[in-house]
Design a binder for this molecule. Structure first.
Ligand code: COA
Length: 271
């Protein structure tokens, strides 16, 4: 499917800055995740990767996608989790959104969650899967699943403890309590909180600060830090050393050194 055919997300790419954007576009349902929406998020990420693959064949052109912003349409919600209306069709053991979350986590370039409003259930899990979370001061966070007799099932009980510890995770998931953006900032669940009116500009500024960096190094840092969360120090250091060595063979490394010596701004090619 081509990006122009998406029905539940809006997909954009800014050629100038290399910043991509996926907007969950179901504001009437507070951007709840339907199966179609999950499929289109995967396809949207694949569309960015297809842009990168073009760089394989062009001598002066490397990877294109520098960073992606993921947000919800409107200012009521980032995402309120699974579309409850689809729960009637659920087949236990078969129904599974996990591939979408895995694709977000493993996407080669960083992804920033721009959160304006409710960030609940699978919406919070989706935000936790992103590399960065920047929220408006009106946002609310929580795991309401227990009120439906279920539990977070897409990483919530696994990723949140890394940030807030096991007991705080249990409290949030067992009580369905909503916390506000200030508490989420205190807990480390979000990286920054801004006034709603400033959120877009702040997210763009943040994204462009990373988009200006050499993309292969940015991607390698993402991988190395993610690996550090899942492995022992020895294995992580092995990966880090390999990735670091590999970067020294890139054109961007050569360009960075030349630009430093010539006292000019580097021009990154992403190769
Ligand atoms: N799935 C499908 N539709 C949802 C939804 C969800 N997870 N969450 C909200 N909606 C829909 C509502 O049904 C409503 O639709 P309607 O206008 O056709 O009735 C619309 O979004 C607005 O929601 P509403 O409840 O009227 O807004 P609110 O501001 O009063 O409350 C919430 C917002 C998020 C607190 C409340 O909607 C809620 O608790 N949603 C369920 C969240 C949830 O349990 N997520 C985890 C699922 S596993």
């Amino acid at each position: 499917m081509q990006p122009e055919d998406f029905e539940t997300i809006d997909w954009r790419f800014d050629e100038e800055t290399g910043v991509g954007r996926i907007v969950l576009d179901r504001p009437d349902k507070l951007n709840a995740l339907s199966k179609q929406c999950c499929d289109e998020i995967i396809e949207g990420l694949e569309a960015f990767e297809a842009l990168d693959r073009q760089g394989l064949y062009e001598e002066d052109d490397g990877v294109k996608t520098r960073i992606v912003v993921l947000e919800g349409a409107g200012d009521d919600a980032f995402c309120v989790g699974s579309d409850v209306d689809e729960f009637h069709d659920v087949k236990p053991g078969v129904f599974n959104f996990n591939p979408m979350f895995t694709r977000v986590e493993e996407f080669p370039a960083p992804i920033v969650a721009k959160i304006d409003g409710y960030c609940l259930g699978g919406g919070l899990e989706l935000a936790l899967t992103c590399d960065f979370r920047i929220a408006s001061e009106d946002s609310q966070f929580g795991f309401p699943e227990i009120q439906l007799g279920i539990m977070p099932g897409d990483g919530g009980t696994q990723r949140l403890p890394e940030i807030v510890g096991p007991s705080r995770t249990k409290e949030l998931a067992m009580t369905a309590e909503h916390i506000d953006a200030a508490e989420a900032l205190d807990d480390g669940i979000v990286d920054y909180v801004h006034q709603s009116a400033d959120l877009e500009a702040e997210v763009v500024e943040f994204a462009e600060r990373i988009a200006e960096q050499p993309p292969l190094a940015v991607r390698s840092i993402k991988d190395a830090v993610n690996i550090s969360q899942e492995t022992n120090l020895r294995t992580g250091r092995y990966y880090e050393r390999r990735a670091g060595n590999w970067l020294t063979a890139t054109e961007d490394h050569e360009e960075g050194v030349e630009a430093f010596e010539e006292k000019r701004d580097p021009e990154w090619k992403g190769q």
